[in-house]
Design a protein around this ligand. Structure first.
Ligand SMILES: [Zn+2]
Length: 178
């Protein structure tokens, strides 16, 4: 079997707000999915992509910051430190940017493509992307960091095409598309 080109799901798709299931074991099928996710992420010029964003509610995501490439399965955030506000976009909510407060450093555990459990401390952009993708696996989106009033406003404008808040343009830094 092959996954072929994956379609990035856009806000409104139920997969994006569902909780993803842990993966029992990383085998050939999971590795094939991971490879297809890397291709899809590169085609979208994204820096991260979670399985629910391609319609699969399993605890898998991929990251490519330009410096670090990671495939992450069954992640846990064990500890976090610091906090930093930064604008984030999401491939599943095109053009919308939200200021999201996240930990500056995270201590994480995850399973890699070889089915080994890995422990790591992540900082900077990598820590941010990891937290964003981890949220996707819980069914949480950047919109959920807005207060209810702004959330409703941004969403209704985004849906009817009149969104005039922060927008991510075609030529903006791809690294904010996660
Ligand atoms: Zn996202």
């Amino acid at each position: 079997m092959s996954y072929g080109p994956l379609k990035v799901r856009i806000y409104g798709d139920p997969c994006l707000v569902a909780k993803s299931k842990p993966v029992k074991e990383v085998g050939p099928v999971e590795r094939m999915l991971i490879a297809a996710m890397f291709e899809t992420m590169a085609a979208c010029k994204g820096v991260g992509l979670a399985a629910p964003q391609v319609g699969i509610n399993e605890q898998i995501f991929v990251v490519d910051t330009g410096k670090v490439v990671m495939a992450v399965v069954n992640p846990k955030i064990v500890k976090s430190a610091g906090s930093e506000l930064m604008e984030e976009g999401c491939l599943s909510i095109p053009r919308v940017l939200v200021d999201v407060k996240r930990a500056k450093a995270v201590w994480v555990e995850y399973t890699d493509v070889e089915n080994r459990r890995v422990k790591a401390q992540l900082n900077g952009l990598l820590a941010r992307v990891f937290q964003h993708e981890y949220d996707h696996l819980q069914g949480k989106l950047i919109l959920d960091y807005l207060n209810p009033k702004d959330r409703t406003k941004v969403l209704s404008q985004w849906k009817n095409g009149s969104y005039t808040g922060k927008v991510l343009g075609e030529n903006d830094d791809y690294r904010t598309k996660i």
